[in-house]
Every structure is written in structure tokens, then in C-alpha cells.
Design a protein around this ligand. Structure first.
Ligand SMILES: N[C@@H](CCC(=O)N[C@@H](CS)C(=O)NCC(=O)O)C(=O)O
Length: 273
């Protein structure tokens, strides 16, 4: 576990809000974690200066328990002494502590739609992309190094990659990464991408003012776009454009290795540039 440099908020805070802005904030994440990236972007959106600790998969379970977090998953946030875990819970807590700029729209109908996009990202899309990545890392841990770019994990990255096999296997099992689930997840992607495109067309996502749904969904898409097998089906459609807008830089790249038959359902879903 190694602390990395403090993340700088993008914009200065006005005097009125500065009083209530949390001061002692640390985000615990894992290199390449999509909800971890969502939590970081939400902190930046709120202008909350924070430090970040990058943990290695599975080793993170022990560290988070030792730090008295209730669960073992990242993102986990220590914020002025409180412990908040999970990307959706973190969003709600940030909104409570620092209401402006908002993560949730004020209009109730708009808010309900954004909350549904947030739920969809957290419960459906996140898991689908996680299982696909872990399946691929199970075949070859080499690409893990690229996701750790810019992270400080406390041991040389080459060593982490060499010893990653059993950890990836445990992690993959913990989220039910099986051939069947991965194949089914890929088959569901065209419908999921269409749902995101529809939200963008309806102004639920991709508006001028980014919201919690944008952060939740775009980070999943960016992780999916780091997979050479999936990127062509995403990058040229509104969902892909949103992902690049919300998360211009996302480390990591995994070469194509999924069985071509599993990718068949994506063929018809490839939007023309
Ligand atoms: N839906 C949860 C998911 C949390 C989750 O599963 N995080 C993964 C990283 S993306 C994790 O902690 N994995 C533990 C590990 O890899 O050891 C959220 O958004 O907070």
C-alpha cells in the first residue's frame, strides 16, 4: 500500500463553500478499477482535494479490513474520519457534504432517470466489464502492468505481474467469472450500449453538466474500451464519445484474445464512424 500524490481539484473553490469542504480525504482504489475511477472523478467534480492509495487486488481485502471498512471492495473513502464504501454510496455522501456542483439533478424526473443510469452502471455494466477483463487476465496477466500506469502499488510492477496469477484467479472466482457468464455478458453488450445511447439522446447522460450517471457509466465504458476485442463496438457510437469526453485518460490495454464466436453478437452492434 503506497500513498500517491494528492489529486488537485480542477477549479478553485469560492470562499462560501470552502468552509464545508472536507479536508482529510483519502481514496482507496485498485489500478484500473472503473468504480475507483468514478469515485476519483466525482471528488474532482466536487473540487475536493484528496490523497489516493493504490492497492493490489485481493491484498486490498486485508488492507480494507485492517482499516475497519465494513466490506472488502474498492472504492473506499475515508473522509474526515468517516468511512464510505461503494461508488454509489460515495456519490451520495459527496453530494450531502458538498452540494455544489451537483452530481444529482434537482428536477425529480430527471433525477430518477439519472439514478437509474447510476444503478445500471453500478450493478449491471460494471460487473459485465469486470468479468470480461478478469477472464482475459486469467489467460494472460501481462496486460495488468498497463493498468497500473501512474499508480504506486508498493512493489515493482514486473513482480506484481509475475505473482498476479493466483490473485487474479481468486478475484475472478469472487465475481463469478466463468466462460458462460462472460459469453452471456458479451451478448448483452449491444443492448446495454443502445440503452446508453438512448440516455444520451434523451439528455439523461452527456449533458453540459456531468452527473453521477455519466461518471458511473463512462468509467465502465472506458475500461471496456481498453479491451481490443470490445473497443471497435463502442468507440464510434455516442456511448464511446461520452466515455472519451468524461474520462479522456484511462490507463490499460488488453490485446484481443476472446473467442471470435463469443464476439459475434457485437458485429451487428458496430456503429459506422
Ligand atoms: N459496485 C461496487 C463494486 C465494487 C468492486 O467490486 N470493486 C472491485 C474493483 S473494480 C474490487 O474491489 N475488487 C477487489 C479485488 O479486485 O480484489 C462499486 O461500484 O463500488
Amino acid at each position: 500500500m503506497t500513498a500517491v500524490k494528492a489529486e488537485r481539484p480542477p477549479a478553485p473553490m469560492n470562499g462560501a463553500r470552502a468552509e464545508s469542504v472536507p479536508k482529510n480525504v483519502r481514496l482507496f482504489t485498485i489500478p484500473g478499477s472503473h468504480p475507483g475511477t468514478a469515485a476519483r472523478l466525482m471528488l474532482e467534480h466536487k473540487g475536493i482535494e484528496h490523497k489516493r492509495t493504490d492497492l493490489l487486488p485481493v491484498a486490498s481485502w486485508v488492507v480494507l479490513r485492517a482499516l475497519r471498512f465494513p466490506g472488502v471492495r474498492v472504492p473506499a473513502l475515508k473522509i474526515d474520519g468517516r468511512r464510505v464504501q461503494g461508488s454509489r454510496q460515495i456519490a451520495l455522501e459527496l453530494e450531502r457534504l458538498v452540494p455544489e456542483p451537483p452530481l444529482f439533478p434537482a428536477d425529480p424526473e430527471h433525477r430518477a432517470a439519472v439514478e437509474e443510469a447510476d444503478r445500471f452502471g453500478d450493478e449491471d455494466l460494471q460487473q459485465t466489464v469486470r468479468q470480461i477483463l478478469l477472464w482475459m487476465l486469467g489467460k494472460d496477466t501481462g496486460p495488468f502492468a498497463s493498468y497500473a500506469e501512474g499508480s504506486k502499488i508498493g512493489i515493482p510492477i514486473g513482480l506484481a505481474v509475475k505473482t498476479a496469477g493466483p490473485f487474479v484467479a481468486i478475484d475472478a472466482r469472487s465475481v463469478e467469472t466463468t466462460d458462460d457468464n462472460v459469453r452471456r455478458g458479451i451478448a448483452k453488450l449491444p443492448e446495454m450500449l443502445q440503452r446508453i445511447d438512448d440516455w444520451i439522446a434523451a439528455g439523461v447522460l452527456g449533458g453540459e453538466q456531468l452527473n453521477v450517471g455519466d461518471f458511473q457509466v463512462a468509467t465502465c465504458l472506458r475500461l471496456a474500451m481498453s479491451l481490443d476485442d470490445l473497443r471497435p463496438a463502442i468507440e464510434h457510437r455516442p456511448a464511446g464519445e461520452l466515455a472519451l469526453r468524461v474520462v479522456p485518460d484511462y490507463p490499460g490495454r488488453t490485446p484481443a484474445m476472446l473467442p471470435p464466436a463469443w464476439l459475434e453478437p457485437l458485429r451487428s452492434g458496430v456503429a459506422s464512424p
